[in-house]
Structure formats: structure tokens, C-alpha cells
Design a protein around this ligand. Structure first.
Ligand SMILES: *Cc1c(COP(=O)(O)O)cnc(C)c1O
Length: 370
């Protein structure tokens, strides 16, 4: 370390986010080809990106000497029409993760706090502490976000509430009318952020109508992403749907070219690729049922999921993670979420799911040897 340069003291409290292990990283370690590795650690689309998005990306490659359209004009117009909101309700980001950072920068500072559920996406706490604010973590009701406990946890210094719905890493969702009621009752001065990264995987009857509340001018922000359903995680693009007041502030703090040109054209093409969307949803529904049925057969407890991942109790998640890696499979250990007995497994193709089920069976039968 060079001479002790003074820095913001709350930085000491941050623990870096540990993402799913990259496929190539494990391939290098094991001395195998990346194609031999099954990665079920980051809830990516097992079918890959939308083919229409790939074509658009190729077609746009020759224009990459130009800066992107900082306003995301075409994507904004298309998405506004689809969501039946105005363009002023939308803000694009370098993944919805960037929007979480921007929200924290706009609304939080030391002395203020954000309320969130325990066992929800770690980034909520990270962005809160990044700006020196306090993260108030509220216990869950079983495996579900406890909205009434969260309502009670709000105080006069609360500015943001984070609700993952469906919630990562539990894969559960709250009842739509409960969340709608929670939003309607929120005290003045508090913004509710509903992270809907997985909302498309839910049956329509399970989805709360957050956009209706936004159209009605309630202080709500819905976060969506192209990383999961659309299979564009590597391009980094997500968006916020919110009231114009909030959107305007986010627009003011974001960098002018925060969404790159490749992401914009690919997302636009992916949006209209109904075939890829339908195939993805069908695959996830079918394969989630398969995976859960096989887990039950192995006698492994899991949390029934409405998303494209399943939280599974294997006894020692760290050991399961390591043993599966030796079998060329990457899942997500859950100790960072305070769930050391669990791993989170992304729903993959039938072939991928078979491999992870087979490996879990081996571990169960053979103890931890090999
Ligand atoms: C994957 C995920 C996102 C999306 O992140 P991007 O930055 O858009 O890739 C947001 N929230 C949760 C809970 C997620 O799991």
C-alpha cells in the first residue's frame, strides 16, 4: 500500500460481490475445453441469445466507430409501446445493476437507509453501503419476502425499499395483491424498487401490476433486464420503468453513453423475437419441473421456484460446489447469502440438467469422495 491516502470510511464495510464462476476459468483449471463445462450458476438463458439479436449484432459491427445513441431512441420507442408507458417513464442502464447504483446515488447518503429482505439479491445491500447508507435487512416469512415486516421496518431515514419479485436466490414471489397493497400504503418520501428481473418466467396471474401503479404516479420503480429471458447478459443492458420524476433524476446522474451500441441493437431485435421468447419460456417451465422432480427423487429439499433457478439444500453447499466442479459443472454456492447448506442451480437444457442430477446422485451415494 502507498502512503495512507484518506478515503471514504464506509468503503471498509463493502465486501466485493462474487459472481458465478466463469466457464473458461474452470476449463483452464481442469485442462478441458469450455464446451465440456456445464454452467448453471448465473441464471443465463440455456438456449443462448436470440438469433435475431445475433443477426442485428453482426449487422451493426461495422458501425462501432460511432458513439451509441445516448438516448436509446429506437429501443425506448419500441419498449414504451409494448409496455404502454411513455418514453419518459424509461431509463436504460448497463444492466439493471447500473440502475441500482444510480438509484442509490440519487436517494441515499450516510445517515439514510434502505430496507430490503434478508436472502435477497446481494447487490441491494452493496449499492446501499457503496454510498455510505445503512442496509436494513428484514427476516423472511419462510422462503418468501415478508412485506408486512418490511413495512414495519421503515423509519424516518428510509428513502428506498428493495423488493425482488420473484426473489433471487429463493425463487419465490409474493402474492400480487400483497405487493400492490404494500405500494399503495408506502409512506411519503419512500421509493419502492421492484426488481422484476425474472418476472417473465411467472404465470401472468402471479404477476403484480406494477406498471399500473407507475402509470397512476405512485413512487415505484420496476427494474427489468435483457440478461435472463432474452439471453443478452454479456451485452449488459437493462431498464427502469418509473414515474417521470424519478426517471429524470436517473437520467441526470447516468453517464451519457452508459448503454453501448451493440446492446441497443441486439435488445431491440431480441424484443421482437417471439419465437426465441416462447421457446425459452417453454424450456424453463418443462425443465424446471424435471429438475425439481429429480431433486425430490434424490431426497433433496428445494424451494419450489417460479423462476429459472432452484435453491437446493445439499447439506454443505461449499462442498457440493467443489465436488460438482470436479465433474465439470458450475453451480452457485450460497454462503454469501447466509445459506451455507444450499446451492442455487440454474434451469438448463435437458442434457445439462441430467448431468447435474446424475452428479448429485453420485455425491449422495458415494459420500464426498472424488
Ligand atoms: C440477474 C439479475 C438482475 C439483472 O442484472 P443485469 O445487470 O441486468 O444483468 C437483476 N436482479 C436480479 C435479482 C438478478 O438476479
Amino acid at each position: 500500500m502507498p502512503a495512507g491516502l484518506p478515503y471514504n470510511p464506509w468503503i471498509d464495510r463493502l465486501s466485493p460481490y462474487v459472481p458465478g464462476r466463469p466457464l473458461e476459468d474452470l476449463a483452464r483449471e481442469l485442462g478441458v475445453e469450455p464446451e465440456d463445462i456445464v454452467k448453471l450458476a448465473s441464471n443465463e438463458n440455456p438456449l443462448g441469445p436470440s438469433p435475431a439479436a445475433v443477426r442485428a449484432l453482426r449487422d451493426a459491427a461495422g458501425s462501432m466507430h460511432r458513439y451509441p445513441d445516448g438516448s436509446c431512441y429506437r429501443l425506448r420507442r419500441e419498449l414504451a409501446a409494448r409496455l404502454r408507458v411513455s418514453g419518459e417513464n424509461l431509463v436504460f442502464g448497463c444492466g439493471s445493476n447500473e440502475l441500482l447504483v444510480l438509484l442509490a446515488q440519487v436517494y441515499l447518503r450516510p445517515g439514510l437507509n434502505a430496507v430490503m429482505s434478508e436472502r435477497s439479491f446481494l447487490i441491494y445491500r452493496l449499492v446501499t453501503e457503496l454510498v455510505g447508507a445503512e442496509a436494513i435487512q428484514v427476516p423472511m416469512a419462510g422462503w418468501t419476502v415478508d412485506l408486512s415486516a418490511m413495512a414495519k421496518a421503515l423509519n424516518e431515514n428510509t428513502r428506498l425499499v428493495f423488493v425482488g419479485n420473484p426473489n433471487n436466490p429463493t425463487g419465490t414471489a409474493v402474492e400480487p395483491d400483497e405487493l400492490e397493497g404494500f405500494i399503495d400504503e408506502i409512506p411519503e418520501g419512500v421509493l419502492v424498487i421492484v426488481d422484476e428481473a425474472y418476472v417473465e418466467f411467472m404465470p401472468p396471474s402471479g404477476r403484480p401490476d406494477i406498471l399500473a401503479r407507475i402509470r397512476a404516479g405512485k413512487p415505484v420503480c420496476s427494474l427489468r433486464t435483457f440478461s435472463k429471458l432474452y439471453g443478452l447478459a454479456g451485452l449488459r443492458i437493462g431498464y427502469a420503468v418509473t414515474v417521470p420524476e424519478v426517471a429524470g433524476l436517473l437520467q441526470r446522474v447516468r453517464q451519457p453513453f452508459n448503454v453501448n451500441a451493440a446492446a441497443q441493437v441486439s435488445a431491440l431485435a431480441g424484443l421482437s423475437d417471439d419465437d426465441h421468447v416462447r421457446r425459452t419460456l417453454e424450456l424453463v417451465e418443462r425443465e424446471r419441473a424435471y429438475l425439481q422432480a429429480e431433486l425430490a427423487r434424490l431426497g433433496l429439499e428445494y424451494v419450489p421456484s417460479c423462476t429459472n433457478f432452484v435453491l437446493v439444500r445439499t447439506g454443505d453447499g461449499g462442498r457440493t460446489f467443489a465436488a460438482l466442479q470436479r465433474r465439470r459443472i458450475i453451480v452457485r454456492p450460497m454462503d454469501a447469502y447466509g445459506l451455507p447448506e444450499y446451492v442455487r442451480i440454474t434451469v438448463g437444457t435437458r442434457e445439462e440438467n441430467r448431468r447435474v442430477v446424475e452428479a448429485l446422485k453420485e455425491l449422495k451415494e458415494g459420500g464426498e469422495k472424488r
